[in-house]
Design a protein around this ligand. Structure first.
Ligand SMILES: [Cu+2]
Length: 113
């Protein structure tokens, strides 16, 4: 019986974790000087998994619909960081705020439906 209870507890824990991680994951790859990522995603809780596949430090900034978020530390080359954003429908500007990267073309537009 004790074993069954611990098994049920384990199942509940796994299910709880699954529900806690509701929402979508969007992969972003950064190089010099561009973002490789989808141009359209759906609204809701979103985890951006941001990989720096370049040779310089970069960052990921998302602005729009009252949201303005970026990574607190620039990911170094080969580093991956995550940023959680609750996306509302609309249009967002994605830029790299490091040095003059945005001017060098490191920007894109994300449409949220
Ligand atoms: Cu950059």
């Amino acid at each position: 019986m004790k074993r069954l209870i611990s098994l049920l507890a384990a199942v509940a824990f796994v299910l709880g974790t699954a529900f806690a991680q509701e929402g979508q994951t969007v992969k972003v790859t950064m190089t010099e000087y561009q973002f490789d990522m989808p141009t359209t995603v759906k609204a809701g809780k979103t985890t951006f998994v941001i990989k720096n596949a370049g040779k310089r430090a970069h960052n990921f900034q998302i602005k729009g619909e009252g949201i303005n978020e970026k990574l607190s530390v620039n990911p170094k080359p080969r580093e991956t960081q995550t940023l959680e954003v609750d996306l509302k429908p609309g249009t967002y500007a994605i830029t790299c705020p490091v040095d003059f990267h945005t001017a060098k073309g490191m920007k894109t537009t994300l449409t949220v439906k």
